[in-house]
Design a protein around this ligand. Structure first.
Ligand SMILES: *Cc1c(COP(=O)(O)O)cnc(C)c1O
Length: 497
């Protein structure tokens, strides 16, 4: 027995209802896009009210219907969400998402294929391979490089290090497990936390992650890299992999990839490049040289959901020879991957190249972006945002009340409030001031930027890839931080030195 109303099927047979909902969704999208400045970046959050609305142990017994659910979404979910597309949303390594890619996400959900098998997604398989090849090419990898799309950089680091482990630590790892070998992965002290998680999950232990000393941007110091390498050799620890980060999470720095590559290429060490954030710097004029050495990388990851403005999640794992993934991840699930299977060619089953069985059509988002805008647009966008970041940095460097923490390598700016009145003042007080001021900008709804620690001192951290951020908006933020800093000092006079 079919119900009168509100069933999915009923709706899809009711053209008027569908049209209404489509109009409604179009207007939500349009609103969202046309008025990025109109509401606060951070809405006032009433936690008790949110919990009352959203924390329930049981699903609703009866539905409220599409219209009412959309009302609920707009009035209660959207209105209580951080506006990640606001010009002063500088908190994450992404900002909003590009319209075509949002549509790509929607359309991928509509087709709802799984890219695990070619027969379930012929066009999708070809597109995914193709887009991965584009990305390998754009980042400077050799001819023939390609890979697969995965949900996120952290997952991609895990899979890349699985490849490193299986190829470098012996052919029988797959059957026998890792045992108790003493192994090492050389990383910068500023590498992403997913590296240590991966070492844990791969049975290597977090002690195998050897942290190389870094400079003020958290970039590996090559002399210490050599020292750590020698130290590991001396203690019988097999260094089988290194992770060079291109776009270090806190600072946007770049590990010295060319020198690392030079040191590792004759030593049978897997070179993994984590370009989750920094990949797009390869599109810029200045950035290309930072990627020297990527020609010999064994694995590379790049998040399209960061600086290519796709919605989360959308990441590629790239290899010079992508069939290596098949050697590591292929399974004998004959219900899915039929024998004799395709040769490793364009019609191969992508499910054999990864841990994932259900595999989203994420590549569609990037494919649409490049189809609509073309590569050159992204190159110009990256160059333009990089110039913008340098301009903001220059502005701050000239202001006696602020101090950038380092010269920029990519659009990640860490800085401090350093007026003369704080000269010689206790560090703990300054850290408290920074935390309070940042909290105030959120409470005012003005902005969402981040905070981190460098050399044990609290710094403000702003990611400057948001295409809507302007110099005027940034100046507004800095003026607010200046005034808030003064207010804090008035209300809590600094301890006299
Ligand atoms: C963002 C980032 C990651 C994690 O990627 P997710 O897509 O957020 O999982 C890993 N490494 C670096 C350098 C990153 O910037």
């Amino acid at each position: 027995m079919q119900k009168e109303q509100d069933t999915w099927l009923q709706d899809s047979h009711n053209q008027d209802a569908i049209d209404q909902i489509m109009d409604r969704i179009a207007s939500v999208l349009k609103d969202h896009y046309e008025n990025p400045n109109e509401a606060d970046c951070v809405p006032p959050i009433d936690l008790d009210r949110l919990k009352a609305m959203f924390v329930h142990d049981q699903p609703p017994e009866e539905g409220i219907g599409f219209e009412a659910a959309l009302d609920h979404f707009q009035n209660d979910i959207m209105a209580n969400s951080i506006r990640t597309w606001h010009p002063l949303f500088l908190n994450q390594m992404f900002a909003g998402a590009s319209f075509p890619a949002i549509i790509g996400d929607l359309l991928a959900g509509m087709l709802n294929p799984t890219l695990a098998t070619f027969e379930a997604s012929p066009a999708g398989t070809l597109i995914e391979r193709s887009v991965a090849t584009w990305m390998a090419h754009m980042i400077g990898m050799p001819e023939g490089s390609s890979g697969i799309f995965l949900p996120g950089g952290s997952m991609s680091n895990l899979l890349a290090l699985t490849v490193a482990r299986d190829t470098k630590l012996g052919p029988d790892i797959r059957q026998k497990g890792v045992g108790v070998q003493k192994v090492g992965i050389l990383v910068s002290a500023g590498c992403h936390y997913s590296i240590a998680n991966s070492a844990h999950m791969l049975g290597l232990g977090t002690d195998s992650v050897i942290r190389v000393k870094t400079n003020e941007r958290n970039e590996m110091l090559i002399d210490d890299f050599k020292e750590k390498l020698a130290m590991c050799e001396a203690e019988g620890r097999r260094v089988f992999a290194t992770v060079a980060t291109c776009g270090i999470t806190v600072t946007g720095g770049f590990d010295p990839l060319a020198e690392i590559a030079e040191l590792c290429r004759d030593k049978d060490i897997h070179i993994h490049v984590d370009a989750a954030f920094g990949g797009a710097m390869a599109l810029t004029q200045d950035g290309k040289k930072l990627f020297r050495g990527i020609e010999v990388a064994d694995t590379v990851i790049w998040d399209a959901h960061k600086w290519l403005h796709s919605p989360l999640t959308c990441t590629v794992l790239l290899l010079p020879n992508p069939t290596l993934l098949k050697a590591v991840f292929a399974s004998n699930a004959s219900y899915l991957f039929h024998e004799p299977d395709h040769e490793p060619d364009a019609t191969d089953d992508l499910g054999q190249y990864t841990l994932l069985c259900g595999k989203r059509f994420d590549a569609l988002k990037v494919w649409l972006l490049f189809k609509i805008y073309g590569r050159r647009y992204f190159q110009e966008l990256a160059d333009e945002r990089w110039e913008f970041a340098k301009q903001v940095h220059g502005w701050l460097a000239k202001d006696p009340d602020f101090e950038p923490a380092y010269e920029l390598r990519s659009p990640v700016l860490c800085f401090r409030y350093t007026p003369a009145a704080l000269d010689g003042v206790d560090q703990e007080y300054c850290d408290r001031l920074h935390r309070w001021c940042r909290r105030q900008t959120m409470e005012k709804g003005l902005a969402l930027f981040n905070m981190s620690k460098l050399k044990r001192r609290v710094v403000y951290r702003a990611i400057l890839i948001n295409p809507l951020s302007t110099m005027a908006k940034m100046e507004e933020l800095f003026e607010n931080l200046r005034e808030l800093g003064q207010q804090f000092m008035r209300e809590n006079p600094p301890p006299t030195a």
